[in-house]
Design a protein around this ligand. Structure first.
Ligand SMILES: [Zn+2]
Length: 299
């Protein structure tokens, strides 16, 4: 009945992987529970209700502002909520998500509003913000370290429990689809964040959208694989640029350069264009492209 709650440590009985509904496929995500601290609430409202019957949850840490990680917040009103200061605005006022995703006044925006309504996603008051390297003491023995990993969102954070060496990396999710389609995403930061995580000795890694992965070597390899997907996208986009003809990101719209196929087409065509722009931003900084007339050419 409660097989979505899986213990992670023989020594510490109060650390659990909490599996999201539908194996955490969007719009669901996985959570991490340490004693009375829950990280992220997107497991499904039904599961949040069940979890509340099983455990006392006094503190909720949010990895970032995305709707699929905060959907259960409204069911945990007695708890204190924490996030990074850079992700606080869109969590406290979900209307801000629309310009963040660049979907205001679009069909995609209307569809997104329906999703927020169906899942009952509402504004959440943040009681405290946390910072990079902050240690949160939990119970007598456990120390949860905050790791600011910007890129996916500006305030995206992972968490590392020092004693057990278990980490929760949010949406540095080690799937086949790194996502950076908000205006507060940054591709160079995203890659730096992946590298930063490779310096940690992690025994078990949890993420928002994959099953737990064990073993330091495996985990480092998964982080490399995840980064390599971004580098392949670099190549695909660069192949569409020219040394002579100026091209803008908008010229590459709706060409499946990032999404092999569109599942939520209206939203994803916009997301893809925002992500292509993030690659352009990176190429400019790295000197791979330069402005010419009204567009960009290969340097
Ligand atoms: Zn996310």
């Amino acid at each position: 009945m409660n097989n979505f709650v899986q213990p992670l440590s023989d020594e510490f009985k109060n650390i659990f992987f909490i599996e999201g509904e539908q194996n955490a496929r969007y719009p669901y995500s996985h959570s991490f529970l340490i004693e009375n601290y829950l990280i992220d609430t997107g497991i499904s409202n039904k599961r949040v209700k069940k979890l509340k019957r099983l455990f006392q949850i006094n503190h909720v840490l949010l990895s970032h502002w995305h709707e699929d990680h905060i959907s259960g917040n409204g069911l945990l009103k007695g708890a204190e909520f924490y996030c990074h200061k850079d992700d606080k605005p869109a969590i406290e006022d979900i209307e801000k998500m629309f310009p963040y995703y660049n979907v205001q006044n679009t069909t995609a925006g209307e569809e997104f509003r329906k999703l927020l309504e169906i899942f009952g996603i509402e504004n959440t008051h943040i009681d405290k913000t946390f910072e990079d390297n902050e240690i949160i003491n939990i119970g007598e023995h456990l120390k949860l370290k905050v790791i600011h990993t910007p890129g996916h969102t500006a305030g995206h954070c992972g968490f590392y429990e020092i004693k057990t060496q278990i980490a929760f990396l949010g949406d540095i999710d080690l799937t086949r689809f790194p996502y950076y389609a908000n205006i507060d995403s940054n591709l160079i930061d995203f890659e730096d964040s992946i590298e930063k995580l490779k310096d940690l000795d992690i025994k078990i890694v949890l993420t928002g959208h994959r099953d737990p992965i064990e073993g330091q070597d495996n985990i480092k390899e998964e982080l490399d694989n995840f980064k390599s997907i971004i580098l392949k996208r670099d190549e695909r986009i660069l192949e569409n640029l020219s040394e002579k003809i100026p091209i803008n990101a908008i010229d590459l719209k709706h060409k499946n350069l990032i999404y092999k196929r569109y599942n939520y087409e209206n939203f994803e065509v916009i997301s893809e264009l925002v992500m292509i722009k993030k690659h352009f931003d990176k190429f400019i900084i790295n000197g791979l492209i330069e402005p010419k007339e009204n567009g960009f050419v290969l340097s």
